[in-house]
Design a protein around this ligand. Structure first.
Ligand SMILES: Nc1ncnc2c1ncn2[C@@H]1O[C@H](COP(=O)(O)OP(=O)(O)O)[C@@H](O)[C@H]1O
Ligand SMILES: [Mg+2]
Length: 244
């Protein structure tokens, strides 16, 4: 039995046959902890998320989740196993209401268990109070912060074991961005393992137990939080190859 909830071993992946966006990537996430992933634009962070979620399959290497090889599983199957993703772009249906967006993934999976999905729905609207007054409103009409809250609520309602969170604070005001990170704490308190990507390197380091640096598709540094604190600025410059 592995101590990790998610473990990538030397994964190579990409969109075209002859171009590898990710090269020999090894990375781990533990249950109830945050692994942070930092790197410049275009480094391959979102590609890594898509590979774990089953939208791309590894050309080489292995992805283990819950001690099972998931290399060839499709995204919907991975959701059923407890992997959920809050992508960089919106995953909401803008013309459906907040209520419909929340219920769609869970109702279709648990048709027969009305009590279960109803109680999860009630729990989630208590936990994300900004949604409570907006349940009948189209998701596309919500503010950026409220839409992000809906994304987190949609993930929570599925009760995942692993959540991949790609640039959750992009486009949000600093105050709302801080809220996002409070929700993330809630996820780990429930024992959910998180892979967190955010452009704010200090925040990723502050929130993560383990940090990985991705540079041009390869992991160039990794370690625990202590290794990444201190003179963060010059360290990050060095990891990212900007020390000139
Ligand atoms: N759908 C796609 N098809 C082909 N290439 C892509 C696609 N999405 C991203 N890429 C390329 O993969 C590389 C990594 O992109 P991405 O994973 O989005 O980086 P990051 O999230 O770190 O900014 C970039 O060179 C980008 O142009
Ligand atoms: Mg990205």
């Amino acid at each position: 039995m592995s101590e990790y909830l998610l473990e990538l071993k030397s994964v190579t992946a990409g969109y075209a046959k002859d171009i590898d966006v990710l090269r020999d990537v090894s990375l781990q996430v533990k249950a109830g902890e945050i692994s942070g992933l930092i790197g410049l634009n275009g480094a391959g962070k979102s590609t890594l998320v898509k590979t774990i979620c089953g939208f791309l399959h590894p050309k080489a290497g292995d992805i283990f989740y819950d001690n099972k090889n998931i290399n060839h599983l499709e995204p919907h199957h991975l959701v059923d196993l407890g992997i959920c993703c809050i992508p960089q772009e919106s995953s909401l249906f803008p013309f459906l209401t907040v209520r419909e967006n929340l219920l769609l993934p869970i109702q279709s999976r648990m048709q027969l268990f009305v009590n279960v999905w109803k109680s999860r729905y009630e729990e989630v609207i208590e936990l994300f109070p900004a949604l409570k007054d907006k349940l009948g409103q189209a998701a596309g009409e919500l503010s950026g912060g409220q839409q992000k809250q809906l994304e987190f609520a949609k993930a929570w309602i599925l009760q995942p074991k692993l959540c991949l969170v790609d640039e959750p604070s992009i486009g949000l005001s600093p105050k709302v961005a801080e809220e996002v990170f409070v929700w993330l704490d809630r996820f780990t308190e429930r024992g959910i393992g998180v892979l967190l990507i955010d452009h704010n390197v200090r925040r990723v380091v502050r929130m993560s137990q383990t940090i990985f640096v991705l540079s041009l598709g390869a992991i160039t540094a990794s370690g625990d939080q202590a290794k990444f604190t201190g003179d963060l600025h010059s360290q990050v410059k060095e990891w990212l190859g900007l020390n000139f």
